[in-house]
Ligand binder design. Structure first.
Ligand code: ATP
Length: 350
């Protein structure tokens, strides 16, 4: 028997709805592989938790989460709940920084040609890797005089942070189609020229992997014109933040885009979307991004049992989504969150 302890943080808005479907999928995997067990413990984190306890990520919860094998997170934030200085509460970003989760994996894949807004039925299948502990987001701890004459944010790129990021990208590419695309702005920003030089240094250790470097503006164009050409795409934090929404749009929107934030010791898995206040409480949130995030968690956990669990869950999602009518309204369907979640859970077979 292999047993894993999972810290579950449902959060706010549609977070609890999609998290329930993620846990349902995990229970289906347990049924299919009786030697696997998941102990799921829920903790309050997010804007709702702030309203309850005054802290969106209580220290005791943070410390407890560190003792779990993996963290599964729904979505965080509520409209109108802000810090006194007006900034949004972002415990999910705090977790990335405090747990040193530098490698933000965002797989982008079509399950049926109907889901993409592009006029092509070529399959899209690439992984965007977003650096998640530095980059332009490092400036978020600063402040600006909102009535002053100027404000400035600094892009932070370190050799340590970049080297480990690029190794993750190349290792992943070796398991896929062996191509890594660096996205930067090396023609304008010195920090990005530095980033590119480190990329080229690391690339020399992977002569079997094809590489290219593309400026972020061109990358946006190529993502729309020929996304099927990409395999692994790697970039800094802010560019990754923007491109991951664009990329999600290519395959049906935020409800179809899972993610995993990986460090060397800890990992958090969560759908790429936020709390979707416009549809919260309506029971129509797309659970696919969350269920695929659970599958990524199983891929990441150690041991053949968990990997087999990941495989059968990925297969169940692909089997259900092969029928384009099996969709929630955000992707043109009519199903409720729990209906699609149950259908996928029922498709999980050994
Ligand atoms: P955040 O700032 O936390 O990213 P946001 O409101 O800017 O939040 P999302 O919460 O991701 O962004 O929502 C963006 C759009 O995508 C909204 O129209 C929302 O309804 C839609 N959306 C996001 N997730 C889902 C989902 N799982 N199912 C259906 N629609 C979704």
């Amino acid at each position: 028997m292999t047993s894993f302890r999972i810290a579950v943080l449902p959060g706010d808005g549609i977070g609890p709805d999609v998290t329930a479907e993620g846990v349902k999928a995990l229970r289906a995997v347990e049924q299919a592989i009786p030697s696997l067990r998941f102990q799921c413990d829920e903790f309050g984190v997010g804007a709702g938790e702030f309203l309850r306890s005054g802290n969106p990520l209580p220290d005791a919860t943070f410390e407890k989460c560190k003792s779990y094998d993996a963290i599964l997170l729904g979505a965080m934030g509520l409209p109108g709940v802000r810090w006194p200085d007006g900034k949004e509460m972002t415990p999910q970003i705090d977790l990335r920084e405090r747990l040193d989760l530098y490698c933000g994996l965002r797989p982008i894949k079509t399950y049926h040609p109907n889901d993409t807004p592009l006029k092509s039925d070529k399959p899209i299948d690439f992984v965007l890797i977003r650096e998640s502990t530095e980059g332009l987001f490092a400036a978020r701890h600063g402040s600006a005089d909102l009535n002053g004459d100027a404000a400035m944010d600094t892009m932070k790129i370190t050799r340590h942070g970049s080297v480990r990021l690029f190794h993750s990208a190349f290792r992943l590419a070796r398991k896929r189609r062996k191509k890594v695309t660096l996205v930067d702005k090396a023609n304008v920003l010195p920090s990005m020229a530095y980033f590119r030089t480190i990329f080229q240094d690391v690339a020399r250790e992977y002569p079997d992997v094809e590489t290219e470097a593309v400026y972020v503006d061109a990358a946006s164009l190529f993502l729309v014109r020929r996304p099927w050409d990409f395999d692994v795409m790697v970039t800094e934090n802010m560019f990754g933040d923007i491109l991951s929404d664009l990329a999600a749009g290519l395959v049906g929107g935020m409800g179809m885009a899972p993610s995993g934030d990986l460090g060397d010791q800890y990992a958090v898995f969560q759908p790429s979307h936020g709390t979707a206040p416009d549809i919260a409480g309506m029971g129509i949130a797309n659970p696919v991004a969350m269920i695929l995030s659970v599958a990524m968690m199983l891929d990441w956990l150690p041991g053949d049992g968990a990997h087999r669990g990941g495989e059968i869950l990925h297969r169940a999602v692909a089997e259900v989504l092969a029928d384009p009518s099996k969709r929630t309204p955000d992707v043109g369907g009519q199903m409720k969150t729990h209906e699609l979640g149950s259908l996928i859970a029922a498709a999980v077979r050994p």
